[in-house]
Design a protein. Structure first.
Length: 566
């Protein structure tokens, strides 16, 4: 039974190690151990695809057009793709957005209160358009059928209608308007309202019909991005926790939160609810997201598509109804570009907080995050809040841990007797097993009693791991001295070294397996496990180190109470 307990623990340990390594590979953009590597042609064409300038308008929807003719695709022409617009920068206290007058698209967004982890002197950039990277927020108009005249879209030239560029001192909002050139007599006005302290930009889209005919335009809003994930600064996923997902998301009441990976589009396996009267679309990456939001009770069609090699789009198509000659019609939309702050996201739109994905640990991770936020509000430092959270968790599981450590202490006390018996009966394995069970019965020791309470706690600690991996608040958060960012590895490896020492001390306090091979593995496995932590974010290592220290203290006290020595 003692061997069974150890076999079970080492199996869990080995699987954890394998999952950690696989998570690290996926998190850093390398192929998973359990999935084939991407085709070489895809990788080779990634840069050219992002810089190609290929743009496609969404298909006018037959479903939303009330029985309109078959949908048609309208591709941007080569001259339009080659055209250039003026880049206009508007700025608030938290956002610096660049808008291209060619299409009125938001082509770059800097977050002024978040720094790049690769280049700490620079602001974190979410949306951007460079020779090797494309990530834009676009909007425009399409007709309902192929026979409808062309309308202003995200490749149509716009001109500024207002001069204000920077949020004035004491002002609460900055309003900036662009007006498109007429296309078949129709104009599109885009009015951007950026508010102090807000990562959501209100975008009022107004259609002005200067033609002599009635039009039935449909507004599309979309996020266009290449499929290359950003450089990973945080550590790997653990046992199914978050893996720094980079991809699309669609949300509506019918389908709830639906992730659409770029690979799903390539394979033709993208599945999501396509029509509803509510919901939003988003692009998600580690710690940050962008999303187009539109009010409820307005029919819309969701779409995801491949634009060109390694370039994808996710968006919504919204019918505006009839607009008579000389009339106008407006629709309020919102563009969010910012950090995955659960509380702010939940206030913006139903389900938007789900872009911060805890995986299968959600049911435990959400209350742990709530508790961590409140501890930080009391303490004022995320590092000490992590320490306090582990202390509270250890207190909550004190009696479960005490039962496990008491069982291990009794096993350690019996070790000399077991060793003597194994040596004496080494040629009689059946009798040896009977004698071992007899000893356990006489001493009232359960060989797996030290295992089960620990297994109960594993989901809780994995959930805490998920919280620390996913929470943008930990990003660039200092603790003490040399730890200036809890979301990246310890630059001097002090915390991993201390964690390794604590793990070895725990091993020393545990009962030594009678089998010499198992005894050696008992020391080797913790060392291998600890090596992984040298590349983990400091916040995660701090959590594990604190847990180890508290476990050692409790185990040492129980050993002392039972008179067990080393």
């Amino acid at each position: 039974m003692n061997d069974l307990r150890r076999t079970l623990l080492w199996s869990v340990f080995a699987v954890s190690l394998l999952m950690l390594w696989d998570g690290w590979l996926r998190h850093t953009g390398q192929p998973s151990l359990f999935a084939p590597a991407p085709a070489a042609s895809e990788v080779a064409q990634a840069a050219s695809g992002a810089a190609s300038g290929a743009t496609h308008l969404p298909q006018p929807s037959a479903q939303l057009a009330g029985g309109a003719a078959a949908a048609v695709a309208v591709a941007g022409s080569a001259p339009e793709a080659a055209a250039k617009g003026e880049l206009i920068t508007v700025q608030t206290d938290v956002l610096k957005a660049t808008i291209d007058t060619l299409g009125g698209n938001v082509v770059k967004v800097e977050l002024l209160q978040h720094r790049s982890q690769e280049r700490p002197e620079e602001n974190m950039v979410i949306l951007d358009h460079t020779a090797t990277h494309t990530y834009e927020a676009q909007s425009g108009l399409v007709g309902q059928t192929a026979a409808d005249p062309a309308l202003p879209n995200h490749r149509t030239p716009f001109v500024p209608a207002t001069a204000e560029r920077t949020l004035a001192e004491g002002a609460q909002a900055l309003v900036f308007t662009l007006a498109s050139q007429p296309v078949n007599g129709v104009k599109l006005l885009k009015t951007f309202t950026l508010r102090r302290g807000d990562y959501a930009i209100d975008v009022r889209q107004e259609v002005v019909n200067g033609s002599s005919a009635v039009i039935r335009p449909q507004l599309y809003v979309q996020l266009e991005r290449d499929g290359t994930p950003p450089a990973a600064a945080a550590g790997p996923a653990f046992m199914g926790g978050p893996v720094a997902y980079t991809g699309m998301a669609v949300y509506n009441a019918k389908g709830k939160y639906q992730k659409v990976d770029f690979s799903h589009i390539e394979e033709g396996k993208a599945e999501y609810e396509k029509v509803d009267d509510n919901g939003w679309v988003a692009m998600v990456q580690h710690h940050f997201a962008s999303a187009w939001l539109v009010g409820d009770k307005l029919n819309r069609e969701f779409f995801v598509k491949k634009v060109s090699t390694n370039l994808y789009a996710a968006g919504m198509l919204l019918p505006l109804g009839e607009v008579a000659s000389g009339q106008s019609k407006a629709l309020e939309t919102r563009l969010f570009v910012g950090p995955q702050d659960e509380n702010r996201l939940a206030e913006l739109a139903p389900g938007l907080e789900l872009v911060k994905d805890y995986g299968w640990t959600t049911i435990l991770a959400k209350p742990l995050y709530w508790l961590l936020k409140h501890l930080h509000a009391l303490i004022g430092n995320w590092g000490w809040a992590i320490v306090a959270l582990v202390v509270l968790l250890k207190a909550a599981f004190y009696w479960l841990n005490a039962s496990a450590y008491r069982s291990m202490a009794k096993m350690k006390a019996l070790n000399p007797r077991i060793q003597e018996m194994r040596e004496r009966l080494k040629d009689k394995p059946q009798e040896m097993q009977q004698q071992m069970l007899k000893i356990y019965r006489e001493e009232k020791v359960n060989p797996i009693g030290g295992c089960l309470p620990i297994l109960v706690q594993i989901p809780v600690f994995i959930a805490l791991y998920s919280v620390l991996s996913s929470s943008v608040e930990i990003r660039n958060a200092p603790w003490i001295g040399w730890i200036t960012d809890l979301s990246v590895k310890d630059p001097y490896f002090v915390l991993p070294a201390l964690m390794t020492a604590s793990t070895l001390l725990q091993t020393w306090l545990n009962p030594t397996p009678p089998d010499p091979v198992q005894a050696k593995m008992m020391w080797i496995m913790p060392l291998l496990f600890s090596v992984m932590f040298f590349f983990f974010p400091a916040g995660l290592v701090l959590y594990w180190l604190t847990n180890n220290v508290l476990s050692i203290a409790q185990q040492w006290m129980i050993n002392k109470q039972l008179g067990v020595t080393s």
